[in-house]
Design a protein around this ligand. Sequence first.
Ligand code: NAD
Length: 372
Amino acid sequence: MARTAAKAGIGRAPHGKVGHGKVGKVNDDGRRGPRGKAEGTARVTLIAGDGVGPEVIGAAVKVIEAVGVKIDWDRQLAGAIALRRFGSPVPDQLIDSLKSTKVALKGPLETRVGEGYRSINVYLRKLFDLYANVRPVRTQAGVHTPFKGVDIIVIRENTEDLYAGIEHQVAPGVVESVKIITARASTRIARFAFEYARTNHRHLVTAIHKANIMKLSDGLFLKCAQRVARDYRDIEYKEQIVDAACMRLVTNPHAFDVLLLENLYGDIVSDLCAGLVGGLGFVPGANYGKHGAIFETVHGTAPDIAGKGIANPVAAIKTGALLLDYLGYGSAGDRIRAAVNAVLRAGRVITPDIDGKATTADMTAAVIRALK
Ligand code: NAD
């Protein structure tokens, strides 16, 4: 991808060639349309991940195979399993693979609370400067939720904020975490959000902040967003304080369209938005940079259900569809989304998170049948 990874046309053809053609119209997932035209077999790094990762990533791979797109998967280990096998949670061969393929489908990786190595997810996003995290949140027909017609795109800055991981003990019993906000990163994520909005015929970008308290850091983020907004007079721009925005999201989600957030607020608000459409099992995601992308669900390793074969594979399958869009196989991505929608609408083969009895494997098989 060139320029604002966004020039809304994120996409590249296989063979490492970056395509940044004009983006097609928005599909029913709120994604940008197909970009580069795919030729040949794409090489993609595949990281199954921890917990439910192998179950749901396995489902996504099966569905991609069933839709007829040939991908040369370069399977790599990361996280706890890599640490055990190679002595590092981010082994050299993983980094080499990502440098070569520049694109990955990745399962969630565990990050211990209050101890252990730092988040591999955050590390990879920063290492490859995948600065824009995009999460389309949309009501699914057949999934019962308090609101109908939710259609929100969460765009989260991925490289700084409190996620910079700069923490130290000032004195026993006193610690500091440093929140880094720069004009450069704030401006490029704002431009990404507006480009996304324009390309996908979205009408409103809402910047979410806490600049009433963090006047310097969130104040800078807002100033950058305001400056960028002036270049996009065709798109309405609003601002909202994060706590009030959360209240509004759960009372009137239709008041939002594209959300523009710093890293931490983006993380929290993503899960809140997932709750509006049936839970974490439904929301796909992508991390885009200038030179590559990693596709991963919003959800984590789901340790409470890992190994039981009951994880909802929809988020991962839809993440796989976003990968296909990126690789230039937009119509295959559309077929996958249509098949997922058909299975959910029928409501017969669904996982326990939405009150069904099906296993991950059953639901994956139902999606594959619906492709045909
Ligand atoms: P989580 O997303 O793993 O789970 C939260 C809840 O949602 C759980 O009840 C879980 O069962 C449910 N859930 C999640 N995915 C589901 C699915 N596909 N189907 C059905 N139910 C699903 O969040 P957590 O428990 O806070 O985190 C667990 C671990 O995952 C932590 O180590 C965290 O750091 C990691 N994590 C990783 C990523 C990533 O790799 N990108 C993202 C988020 C969390």
